[in-house]
Design a protein around this ligand. Structure first.
Ligand code: ADP
Ligand code: MG
Length: 238
């Protein structure tokens, strides 16, 4: 069964239609990459899936249920942003656990979960530090850890590596791929980087001007692009 179904999803800001009726089905466990040039609507679409942004047409279903009216916090998703969005005044441990108290998880379970995730992401030495005492790569590990601790059904990543330098970006790509192999969750990953899309994705959606130009497996798109835009975008070296 498809875990996430978009049916004619639209978004307009006044007269400006930025998402123009998108249909897509994403299977449980797939690593799906939304790729496309700046301004094509990747973040808007991701934010509509997460519930951070309202939709102006169509339906979004998760696990077979329409979630148009379900608040972001109740969708069972977790989002990782480019800007990390950590709480500066809290320690890493507090950043990882903040909000979990409200989810009726027993305290001891929270502590052991945090230790497990911290180990998985190699941040167990950093739990007592504040974000400002961390490098960019460490901050992004914490942001990813905060998502993992919440055990979401779907992970949403919005250009999580674009603030990192090239070498670290390659390392973190590998780590996110390893996380996906380990957790086997559905992940949706937004990037404007063709190499990230080609190397990380089970499925790629190529977006342009609020529409999906092509959706499929990376090699199928590479070998059989629907049009010149897709060919140029996926085929061209950076
Ligand atoms: P991407 O993430 O692919 O770079 P965005 O989803 O951020 O693209 O933006 C898609 C389009 O929607 C852009 O033209 C952008 O200017 C427009 N847009 C985004 N947010 C708003 C907003 N709050 N009000 C008006 N236009 C917006
Ligand atoms: Mg964006």
């Amino acid at each position: 069964m498809s875990e996430l179904v978009l049916n004619q999803v639209k978004k307009a800001y006044g007269d400006l239609e930025v998402i123009k009726g998108i249909d897509m089905e994403i299977e449980q466990g797939d690593f799906c990459v939304f790729v496309g040039p700046s301004g094509c609507g990747k973040s808007t679409l991701l934010r509509m899936i997460s519930g951070l942004e309202s939709i102006t047409g169509g339906t979004i279903s998760i696990g077979g249920h329409v979630v148009n009216d379900v608040p972001a916090a109740d969708r069972g998703l977790a989002m990782v942003f480019q800007s990390y969005a950590l709480y500066p005044h809290m320690s890493v441990r507090q950043n990882l656990t903040f909000g979990l108290e409200n989810m009726r998880t027993p305290k001891a379970d929270i502590a052991s979960k945090v230790d497990e995730v911290a180990k998985m992401l190699q941040i167990e030495q950093l739990l007592d530090r504040k974000p400002k005492a961390l490098s960019g790569g460490q901050r992004q590990r914490v942001a990813i850890g905060r998502a993992v601790v919440r055990e979401p059904t779907i992970f949403l990543f919005d250009e999580p590596l674009s603030n990192l330098d090239a070498e670290l970006r390659v390392d973190m790509r590998g780590e996110i791929a390893a996380l996906h192999r380990r957790l086997q969750n559905t992940m949706i990953y937004v990037t404007h980087d063709q190499v990230e899309a080609m190397t990380m994705a089970d499925k790629i959606a190529v977006l342009r001007l609020g529409e999906v130009e092509q959706f499929g497996r990376p090699l199928d798109i590479y070998n059989n692009p629907n049009n010149i835009f897709v060919a140029g975008f996926i085929g061209s070296p950076r």
